[in-house]
Design a protein around this ligand. Structure first.
Ligand code: GDP
Length: 327
């Protein structure tokens, strides 16, 4: 990247809005950068383009490795492009922030889609905490919207925490499942099913009877959970991503969800709530960082932590003592 001073954020924002892919990639690189001056520039670009975001559908897709996420996203992407949509695919990969390795970031995935002018695919940001990674993905999503992509897919992998982050930045959260006995129980146990606006059993081609059984079981399990909205009972569908069967029904369901949620005002309310939640998360993270860096806290923390661990100081009293030092 050029020296920071050489980057004119207004020009970058203008080029990005004109649909220039290089400008979009560069802006996302700024968002993902750990350099403070890049961060400032990224915020300026974001502020500039924010009024031009939001006229889109944001879809979160989650599922365990091997469920068929990339096969599905590629098939859906090609289906949507053929219908005049422009699609951006982003990811939140929790493994990249923990181990530096990656489950989702592999560049050989979605090769056909990668070659399309109307698709933009970006792997998960690698560095930082899950919250940091998710925030960068959310900002990259806004940049893609400003660049004219009208369908945004944010992909993640079924571990729990990253699903909460992705459901917190998308309009509709889709859980991709395998029609194997036990897979649905895992997802229910991890609390992921509760986040889902739509549940899809992939690989239905392998054993259609088992897939239908899985659908019925999931439908009855769902009656015991609270739906994500009072106006929407999460549908359960089947799909064969590899055979491209079920794509049209999937897309109709997503459009129906958007129509219902728009008509009831819930979509707008959800987005407003999400934006304010992200603000508070940023504030929480920044305050926590400042708290830990505060000289008096740093001096007192080891002893107080030891006392709390040893059971000689109540946690609540310890917290109050530390907060008193901070303020
Ligand atoms: P991901 O890890 O969730 O992204 O899963 P992939 O898309 O890489 O798929 C994992 C494997 O399942 C690959 O070998 C795919 O070809 C296969 N696969 C994906 N979708 C289907 C499907 O609908 N039917 C069958 N039979 N295989 C599928």
């Amino acid at each position: 990247m050029h020296a920071t001073s050489a980057i004119d954020y207004r020009m970058l924002a203008r080029e990005l809005r004109g649909g220039n892919r290089r400008a979009l990639a560069k802006a996302i690189t700024l968002v993902e950068s750990t350099l403070a001056e890049h961060h400032v520039l990224a915020q300026e670009v974001l502020a500039e383009v924010l009024p031009h975001t939001g006229n889109t559908i944001r879809i979160g897709i989650s599922g365990v490795p091997g469920v068929g996420k990339s096969t599905f996203i590629e098939a859906l992407g090609l289906f949507l492009i053929a219908r005049g949509h422009r699609l951006a695919v982003l990811a939140v990969d929790p493994s990249s922030s923990v181990s530096g390795g990656s489950i989702l970031g592999d560049k050989t995935r979605m090769e056909l889609l990668c070659r399309k002018e109307d698709a933009f695919i970006r792997p998960s940001p690698a560095a930082g905490s899950l919250g940091g990674v998710a925030e960068k993905t959310r900002e990259a999503m806004l940049l893609c919207e400003a660049a004219g992509f009208d369908v945004i897919i944010v992909e993640t992998v079924g571990v729990g925490q990253s699903e909460i982050a992705v459901a917190g930045m998308t309009d509709v959260f889709v859980l991709l499942q395998l029609p194997n006995a036990g897979d649905d129980l895992q997802a229910i146990k991890k609390g992921i099913v509760e986040l889902a606006d739509l549940i899809v059993f992939n690989k239905a081609d392998i054993d259609p009877v088992a897939a239908q059984a899985a659908v019925s079981q999931m439908r009855s399990a769902l009656t015991m959970l609270r739906p994500t909205s009072p106006h929407w009972q999460p549908p359960v569908l089947t799909l064969s991503a590899i055979k491209k069967e079920g794509l049209a029904e999937f897309w109709q369901t997503v459009e129906k969800f958007r129509d219902v949620m728009t008509a009831t005002g819930e979509l707008e309310a959800r987005r407003k709530r999400q934006a304010s939640d992200w603000m508070w998360q940023q504030i929480d993270a920044a305050l926590r960082q400042r708290f830990r860096a505060h000289p008096s806290i740093r001096a007192a923390l080891p002893e107080i932590t030891r006392a709390v661990a040893a059971g000689t100081l109540p946690s609540s009293l310890a917290a109050r003592q530390l907060l008193a030092l901070f303020t």
